[in-house]
Design a binder for this molecule. Structure first.
Ligand code: KIV
Length: 272
């Protein structure tokens, strides 16, 4: 396996805490299928998130809300079939963790049993704390998710930066402390001011992973389709594109069409 890092040991939640302690930044990227997860793992990614952003980038839905538990399990299993080194975290989809701890635990156990994933990610703070506690008490690592929570889009009305005012910032800090206290293995902070990320990162001993949350977090996460430039139309300020796969793929597919039409493909060497 050719990885960016020499350390080929399996990444664990415990190792993420060690990385925070020694100031080593944590890399995290989404994946939803076997082939892409295999490439991302071989490149040396620390954490692979099977995000419910699959709803947007794999299915074409406008929001993450339609994603079902069965669909997340399908994507989680596909990723797990590929990954050898990265810690794999699967998102609990909308409606599966919403104030009924026993029901939430049942859903969490299904994901763990049927995907073989290492951990789950759950959006929300105090409101879903009893659910998160029940799941962690059953031995399942949970990563929290605060700030912009896409599953709450119908409550917010926009995907704008969250926690800009002092009361929302204070609630976010309180929620982060509660998530740490209940035993979360890390927290994703999405689209909040960089200074607030710094406060949370400095106060907590569990790893903070940011997306659109500035440079102070212990690690960064992006959606794979966005950073590889497969999504041409999504350009938020926080996104850095590392490739232009849209153009590469359009050109490759157009060249194939041209070769088929002109009978250049297949040639003799490509025939039996
Ligand atoms: O679903 C997802 O991809 C996520 C990231 C944006 C953090 O939750």
């Amino acid at each position: 396996m050719s990885t960016y890092t020499e350390d080929n040991r399996k990444v664990t939640t415990h190792r993420l805490i060690e990385m925070k302690q020694r100031g080593e930044k944590i890399s995290m990227l989404t994946a939803y299928d076997y082939s892409m997860a295999s490439i991302i793992d071989q490149a040396g990614m620390d954490v692979i998130l099977v995000g419910d952003s699959a709803s947007n980038v794999m299915v074409g839905n406008i929001t993450t809300l339609p994603m079902t538990l069965d669909q997340m399990i399908y994507h989680g299993r596909s990723v797990m079939n590929a990954v050898k080194r990265a810690l794999v975290v699967v998102d609990m989809p909308f409606g599966t963790v919403s104030g009924d701890p026993l029901r939430s635990l049942e859903a969490a156990i299904r994901v763990m049993k049927e995907t073989g994933a290492d951990a789950l990610k759950i959006e929300g703070g105090e409101e879903v704390l009893p659910d998160i506690k029940k799941i962690i008490d059953a031995g399942i690592p949970v990563m929290g998710h605060l700030g912009l929570m896409p599953q709450s889009i119908n409550k917010y009305g926009t995907y704008n930066v969250r926690a800009k005012d002092t009361s929302e910032a204070a609630k976010l800090i309180k929620d982060a402390l509660l998530l740490e206290e209940v035993g979360c293995c890390g927290i994703v902070l999405e689209k909040i001011p960089a200074e607030l990320t710094k406060q949370v990162t400095d106060q907590l001993s569990i790893p903070i992973i940011g997306i659109g949350a500035g440079a102070h977090a212990d690690g960064q996460v992006l959606v794979m389709h966005d950073m590889l430039g497969i999504n041409k139309d999504f350009s938020p300020k926080f996104l850095r594109r590392y490739a232009d796969l849209y153009t590469v793929m359009i050109e490759a597919v157009q060249n194939y069409i041209k070769d088929v039409k002109s009978t250049d493909f297949p040639n003799e060497k490509e025939s039996y």
